[in-house]
Design a protein. Sequence first.
Length: 643
Amino acid sequence: MKIMTVKKYPLLLMLIMLVFTLCKIYFMYFNTFLPSNWISALIRTAIALTAFYFIMNFILFKNNFILKLIFHEFFALVLLSDLLYFKYFNTLPSVAELKMLHIIPSLLDCIRELFKPQYLILFSDILVLIFFHYRSGRRAEAFHKAFRFNFVVALVLLTAIILDSAFYGSNNSYQMYDTYGLLHFHGSQIKNTLISKESYHSSTVLIKSLEKTSTNNIAPQKNFGIAKGRNVIIIQVEALQDFVINRTYNGQEITPNLNKLIKEDSIYFNSYYYNIAKGGTSDAEFSTLNSLYPASDAPSYSKYPNISLYGLPKILKDQNYSTVAFHGFTPEFWNRAEMYPTVGFDHFLSIDKLKRDEIIGWGISDKSMLKQASKYIMKVKQPICAFIVTLTCHYPYNLPTGSKKLKLPEKQSTFIERYLQSVNYTDAALGVFINELKKSSIYENSIIAIYGDHHAIGCSDPSLVNQMTELLGKRYDQSEMANVPLIINIPNSNLHETNSIVGSQLDFMPTMLNLLGIDKGNINFYGQDLNNAKIGFATTQLVFTKGSFIDDEKVFLMSSDGVFENGTAWDRLTKASIGLEECRAGYEKVIKENEECSYLLSNNLLLEYALETDKEIIDNDLPAQTNIMQRFAQLITLALKTH
Ligand code: GP9
Ligand code: MN
């Protein structure tokens, strides 16, 4: 009996670890989301795990129990990271984000808020395994030698199975997740990261691109050039959602300064949506400044660090603007230090260059940062394009007591109330900033755009959804969550508009170019000028699977398995369910544009294509839209050249 135990020990240890890890994966699924095909995911994950544990137990670590335990608990650590990441971003992390591990110490506040004691269950098996090892594991050495051949054969077979699923499976990591589970999701991401170039499968994508670009070239009308030559001040506000605008809470205005700004020569877009994917705040920047779809599988700032772009900052540089970005946090975060010159900023004033006179949360407080930004703007050469990214209103919304100005009931504040306090704080900082500018002629000579980067209140927690539904008086769903305000203030323009056309951060650049009176020429972009567009359209991938969209009437939410027929759709305003068929055209547009944009960016063709077509137009002295066939031929040549 004793001999049996000794002989069985390595196999039993492996089986126990395997079962524990499988249970932990399902614990993680139930706290995030279950793969649609969970039985297939279970079987495939079990097979892949068996292979991993075989390698570990019988080839790598043989009799070293401590290393086996570390390897085993490493899975638990990955699961915990996935879980916490999901709780914050509502999506799973990508391999590219590993580059940012060094900033984890600055995120401790966030991690503490997201962490729940029940997550410790992921590590609770350590004691069981140690107990098992000391009971049975001491005399197991002979076993490995006797059975090594069998194990190697088993290992080869199992590896073949993994390779089959991971390498011949879908290129889309989320479809991998749905059919194969979490392990293969990460595996497919590693594979996609290693094979960075995207395969180009059809020329129709690019033909459509040409047609789209040509319609973008139609001369704009309304408000063209009303801010010509002015300073451009763009403020991307951390976690500013639209529902706080013009709303009172316990009788107090949440954003009195923004509400006031809306009434002063401004256009307020109240059906504007964020357009981000895996890169959070940085994707909002990327999409807004370039009118391009962010990458689906990694933060765009990590995926495209050295790409040739021609977005708003670069266009303005060509109009003799100086360009500067402000953000009161470490410059490496979201790879900004590397990416800002690529986007077109000559200077970047981060926490390393600004005065650290007041720190709240992750970095310099919005009040201090905006004060320093206003001073800088007032002393440098005009015209200037200043891009300011605020930070204080960041999850988990823990303002120091002295900075809280909203009077709330005595009881402990709820999560939503903490957010309202934070957003109220940033609104006050923005108020001071605008008043500072108003003290000089700079203000009248500027166009100031303010928008939110993404949501603050998620909609995966039913209790939060209920509280928000009660607060708003309508169902708090994904479209409410993705709705951020865009306010464009143009002093002395006499514009007092609230525009309810549906738009997204993709539309920012064309909207601004029109107001600045800059001809869009041949620039590749995907948004539209919201002052002149007739039909609104928005898409985002953070809370929605790729293929989802919002238009003026409806919301279409793509199913995570990537099957159109499994999606859901509802009326944007009444929230009543609608038929899927009327969403097919919008869905196809999103997929096509996304693929095309991803192709142009991954192969760094964006500028090359724009320059080629520019040359063509100059040579032929023809307007772009009459030149479709020539441009089509060029693109095909270009596509062939790259393959
Ligand atoms: C950090 C800030 C926040 O620099 O932009 O990023 P987020 O966590 O909101 O994506
Ligand atoms: Mn953010």
